[in-house]
Design a protein around this ligand. Sequence first.
Ligand code: SF4
Length: 328
Amino acid sequence: MTNNSPILSGSHLFKQFQIKSTPASPSGILTAVDDVCLDLFKGETHGIAGESGCGKSTLGKIMAGLLPPDKGQISYLGTSISALSKTDQITFRRQTQMIFQDPFSSLNPRMRIGDIIAEPLLISEKQSASTLRSKVEEIMQTVGLAAGQYNRFPHEFSGGQRQRIGIARALATSPKIIIADEPVSSLDISIQAQIINLLQNMKSTYNLSLIMISHDLSVLRHMCDQVSIMYLGTIVESAPAVDLFKRCRHPYTEALIASIPGINRGKKHNRIILTDDIPSPLAIPTGCRFHPRCHYAKGICSQQTPLLENKSTTHRAACHFSSEIFYT
Ligand code: SF4
């Protein structure tokens, strides 16, 4: 592995789910992730954006090794995780942790928060009760919780504090990679900034590599080195964050950027406003999946699937007409 090799890499990932019928919808096969390749480099924050239901949470769980893909593979430090020895698989699990969207449901309400934070340590290594306690208290203080709160229960904390507990739990095993799935979307705006700052501080303090999943591009704009945009299970654009926000190359990204309050008002990002809902992943449109909502669509768009191609050395987009639409 060279210095430029990714620490975590997803290659041609594919995942479907069988959906049972309900009174509101028929049964079917839901394609959540469709031929996605994603690299995370050491020290990088890689954002994954897209509307609800685009597959970004499923992709996050696959990248974390929590959900097996139907096809494709995850590589950690250049080795497929399916080829790792048992010991190395345990190391991978310790070193890759997830922070979930909803701190209310991701914490066991019957456990004391000290025990919640200690749990991953108990699973992965043996140590004395006093060592464990002092380790947990140290982590609690690092994320802004008082050590004296060790014996309290999750319901005694606010939403922001619960997310701090989730972050402490993720940090307990000294991970190298954190995958944060919408970690601030259920929090008040005023608390969101605190949690984002905490994540950024933890990233630099512990030299973490971070995958940040969010439907909110304004959050990713502040945090990320690289941003990938997902639409109905596929990545339609990926670029360094600076490039993506300065000059996006896909109409869907353009629409997402145009919807950020106060950003780039004026002609550059006002050409598309997303109106219709995202189509059902049970019935993915033919050709370019974005064509039913795309103001630039032409005949070929419903027939032929555009490939995710290099538009510059660092910028990839999947649109037949990217060069014509975004020529300036
Ligand atoms: Fe729009 Fe066609 Fe480009 Fe798809 S390929 S984003 S429908 S212009």
